[in-house]
Design a protein around this ligand. Structure first.
Ligand code: ADP
Length: 156
């Protein structure tokens, strides 16, 4: 393929791309939203997972298609049940930051067998609470990463 080391440059250019260059817009729902409304949002926004935020707009959970399907085949009233009951919660949420690379994101997606990662920016909350807020500033999915490979293949 190459006698020199140009493939190393290609490698860096491909895997070293920053999350902020490839992320897409996140869709968030409030913790008090019902499971029913969350399903409607998933269809309207045409995405596979949604991120759940609290009153301070800090990330507290993730809900996937299968989480929603599972609760739908159960007995509960999905119009009354808040989505926060079924979400995967912090601190178990796998996140990335704008400055991380696509290689780091791809490794996390493979390791944890998940479809999407919230992109977060950590902010200091109020002085009294001393809490850190996880502001959701995007999402990275398997599709984002596949697109990077396709675009790169077309370019070289
Ligand atoms: P699906 O469940 O529709 O196949 P995923 O593979 O993304 O979609 O989700 C698998 C499980 O992992 C779900 O229970 C979901 O709540 C959880 N999950 C999804 N994304 C994350 C994440 N970024 N961090 C932690 N858990 C996640």
């Amino acid at each position: 393929y190459s006698r020199d080391n140009s493939y190393l440059r290609d490698f860096d250019e491909l895997y070293g791309q920053k999350i902020k260059e490839i992320k897409s817009a996140a869709v968030v729902v409030k913790e008090e939203a019902s499971v029913y409304d969350t399903i409607v949002t998933l269809f309207l926004k045409d995405i596979g997972s949604l991120f759940i935020i609290d009153q301070q707009e800090s990330l507290i959970g993730v809900v996937s298609r299968k989480d929603l399907l599972k609760i739908t085949i159960g007995e509960g009233d999905i119009k009354k049940m808040p989505v926060s009951v079924i979400m995967t919660r912090m601190p178990n949420i796998i996140t990335v930051k704008d400055e991380d690379t696509i290689l780091e994101a791809a490794k996390l997606i493979v390791k944890y067998k998940i479809d999407s990662l919230p992109v977060v920016k950590i902010e200091e909350g109020s002085a009294e609470s001393g809490q850190q807020l996880y502001k959701v500033i995007g999402r990275v999915t398997k599709t984002n990463i596949a697109r990077v490979f396709v675009d790169f293949g077309l370019k070289i």
